[in-house]
Design a protein around this ligand. Structure first.
Ligand SMILES: C[S@@+](CC[C@H](N)C(=O)[O-])C[C@H]1O[C@@H](n2cnc3c(N)ncnc32)[C@H](O)[C@@H]1O
Length: 388
């Protein structure tokens, strides 16, 4: 969970007559509207910088021992600011829950060639972490982000012996990796970083053939997992929807099994959600799809409408901590830092969710996602109050 996406809890608790202790750590709550002038490009710059927070939150969680991620330092510049314990726990749950879904996808029919497409991947290290755990020669991984962010990522990969070695281990020596002259793209048959504004893909003109010019090495035959970890929420709802339907209907043929994982905030209508929105708004950050996809049931409906008819599931981070994290791991994580504000933790965790859905295909591994995901425990609708 990025600190700039977290409301100032002290403000919230004071508002509720709670126990705010006036502590301030990290960059959360240090809202400034001074650099926001409302133009499209400055709004984009603000959105692009949300990745700095994602990287900072990851580093904080790694340094304290919540996550094992030897690749995180390669994509992070500057000193690490320690986040609040509740935020570190949030980062832990978010990362491990998405990892669990991704791992199940990869481990089901493991010899089947597969593809992952990460929207707004930023400085995410997931591909490197996957490679460090298994030899995935039959996985094509795509990351899409603005050129300003892909340039930073490509430069970081080139600087880091660890990331280079890890890429080398899957590719073998003979295979060509192309980095553009401007340094903002990286292409190979296994790993691709595309400097593309996703809104361009929402445009109706691209079809299955022309999209491969924008996204070289896109497979239109492999079961594919789409991933939006705090990305589509920054787009206008019509564009966010159009991107999903473009992938589901035009870019990946309907016969191919397709899955989607979304991680983003929910429940904007209660006092906590209101504070979250107004804190971000003062910094020029607008969670544009939050109102439309404000609850677990709305997220599930979103998946259904976008063509993920095989299954639609969702759970908030509070539920995922309780139900998905093994007791031994809970004990380990709880021992890392004192987290005495259980009320704050639950409140925060109930405002972020993971939603996952899939369609079966007519492929020989048509039910791959069904097999991979249908047994995972999701949250009941009754626990999802639309008016929260
Ligand atoms: C909060 S960061 C999340 C980064 C990464 N997914 C993670 O969870 O660590 C949001 C990312 O989405 C990217 N993004 C937002 N809108 C985008 C768009 N229209 N096209 C491409 N990338 C976009 C931003 O540039 C940023 O890197």
């Amino acid at each position: 969970m990025a600190s700039q996406q977290i409301p100032n809890l002290n403000t919230l608790l004071r508002g509720r007559g709670g126990r705010g202790r006036g502590r301030q750590r990290g960059r959360g709550g240090t809202a400034s509207s001074g650099d926001y002038h409302g133009s499209a490009s400055s709004a984009d710059t603000i959105v692009q910088r949300t990745d700095d927070d994602a990287a900072g939150s990851r580093m904080s969680a790694v340094e304290i021992g919540y996550l094992h991620d030897p690749f995180a330092p390669a994509f992070f510049e500057g000193g690490v600011t320690r986040r609040f314990p509740i935020m570190n726990r949030g980062t832990y749950v978010r990362t491990t829950a998405i990892d669990a879904l991704v791992d199940r996808f990869l481990d089901t029919h493991p010899s089947q060639p597969k593809q992952i497409i990460s929207f707004g991947a930023g400085s995410d290290t997931r591909y490197f972490r996957i490679l460090s755990r298994r030899a995935m020669k039959n996985l094509v991984y795509h990351e899409i982000d603005f050129p300003s962010n892909t340039s930073k990522k490509v430069a970081a990969i080139r600087r880091s012996p660890l990331t280079l070695q890890t890429l080398q281990s899957v590719r073998g020596t003979e295979e060509e990796v192309k980095i553009s002259v401007s340094g903002d793209s990286l292409h190979s048959s296994t790993y691709n970083i595309h400097p593309v504004d996703l809104r361009v893909l929402a445009d109706n003109t691209d079809n299955a053939e022309s999209v491969t010019e924008r996204l070289p090495h896109l497979s239109q035959t492999s079961p594919t997992l789409l991933l939006s970890e705090c990305c589509l929420i920054y787009l206008p709802p019509a564009a966010a929807d159009a991107i999903l339907t473009a992938f589901a209907n035009r870019f990946i043929p309907p016969a191919i099994p397709l899955g989607l994982i979304i991680y983003e905030p929910i429940r904007p209508n209660d006092p906590f959600g209101q504070v979250m929105i107004s804190n971000l708004a003062t910094r020029g950050i607008h969670l544009q799809t939050l109102k439309k996809y404000s609850s677990l049931s709305r997220q599930k409906q979103r998946l259904r409408t976008a063509g993920f008819q095989g299954g639609q599931m969702a759970a908030d981070v509070d539920y995922l901590w309780e139900q998905w994290v093994h007791e031994n791991e809970k004990e380990r994580v709880s021992g890392l830092e004192m987290l005495d504000e259980m009320e704050e933790w639950r409140l925060l965790a109930q405002h972020y969710c993971v939603a996952w859905g899939w369609r079966n295909g007519e492929h020989n591994d048509a039910s791959l996602f069904q097999e991979a995901w249908s047994a995972l425990q999701a949250q009941d609708n009754e626990q999802d109050d639309e008016d929260m």
